[in-house]
Design a protein. Structure first.
Length: 309
């Protein structure tokens, strides 16, 4: 038997027995789109889907199926080779994993690596090639194009179909962008594409900043001042939201940047924040970033490629 010692063992007998033995090569991360702290009652129903594990927001882990047995319906064509991990989320699966969930997932990945030899490396496609994956890798839909980590099965050129539900976002944008960092914390390597060092601050640069600075990741710096964007032409609208009218409170990512730079954290990126960022990377300037490229943004992109700010 392969039972995780830090989990509460709640065997779902019908699923574990009926699905047969398997040698897992892939871990797939999911979100429940449910506020329930346990999925046992749902999974313990004949013919229902059933994952191997569930991790609640407090980092508590339940195990329902021995990892030497198949899960049921969780990962479609991947069931014969995948270990599935469901995680508690909000009803739309748009929230990031909590710090406690992150720690629990990291420790579980380490155990699966030691127990089954599943390598701590991010997958790039839905197939049985060993590694750490997430449900969207095997889901068709209108997702961002590569090299974005948010790309789905369609954008990745096919692979196994892990869900027949077109457009299924599981485990959600915020959580997908956390995965490379979790793999790194577990002691593994990631295949996160390197940013193009072009001095243009768009969606991919914003996503990597959100990942490195630990804020919820959607690829957009929200609620910013249009006048600043008009003068900073290197800030392209695919990565920025410039709002006319009353501010809604700025951006949590900007607050994280301002905190790192020792500034007042109002969440609005203006010339003072821009000037501090220029100084942070060793450049003098007036706080604006102009096309055709910005040496400050290039320096930041190089740092982000190294996992730093």
């Amino acid at each position: 038997m392969a039972i995780y010692p830090k989990a509460t063992w709640r065997k779902v007998a019908w699923a574990a027995i009926s699905r047969g033995a398997v040698k897992p090569t892939v871990v797939v991360l999911h979100s429940t789109a449910s506020e329930a702290t346990s999925q046992y009652n749902y999974f313990n129903t004949s013919k229902a889907a059933c994952s191997h594990f569930h991790v609640d927001r407090f980092g508590n882990v339940e195990q329902y199926i021995d990892t030497a047995n198949k899960s049921c319906s969780e990962t479609g064509a991947g069931n014969p080779y995948c270990v599935s991990i469901e995680t508690q989320s909000d009803l739309n699966a748009k929230d990031p994993w909590t710090a406690a969930q992150e720690t629990a997932i990291v420790e579980l990945l380490q155990w699966l690596n030691k127990t089954h030899g599943i390598p701590l490396v991010a997958k790039t496609k839905a197939d049985k090639t060993a590694g750490i994956g997430w449900h969207r890798l095997g889901v068709n839909g209108n997702f961002p194009a590569l090299p974005s980590v948010l790309a789905g099965r369609t954008q990745r050129g096919g692979g196994d179909l892990w869900s027949s539900a077109t457009g299924k976002t599981c485990p959600g944008d915020a959580r997908i962008t956390q995965i490379p960092g979790l793999i790194a914390r577990a002691g593994g390597a990631t295949t996160t594409p390197q940013l193009t060092v072009d001095g243009v601050w768009g969606r991919d640069t914003t996503l990597r900043l959100q990942q490195v600075l630990g804020t919820a990741a959607d690829g957009v710096i929200s609620d910013q001042t249009p006048a600043y964007g008009d003068k900073s032409t290197a800030l392209v609208e695919s990565g920025w939201e410039f709002v006319h009218g009353k501010s809604k409170g700025g951006s949590n990512l900007v607050r994280a940047i301002q905190k790192r730079l020792g500034l007042t954290q109002d969440g609005v990126f203006g010339p003072a924040t821009g000037k501090a960022l220029q100084a942070h990377y060793g450049f003098a300037g007036d706080g604006y970033f102009e096309m055709p490229n910005s040496n400050t943004i290039k320096a930041m992109q190089k740092a982000l490629n190294a996992g730093k700010f």
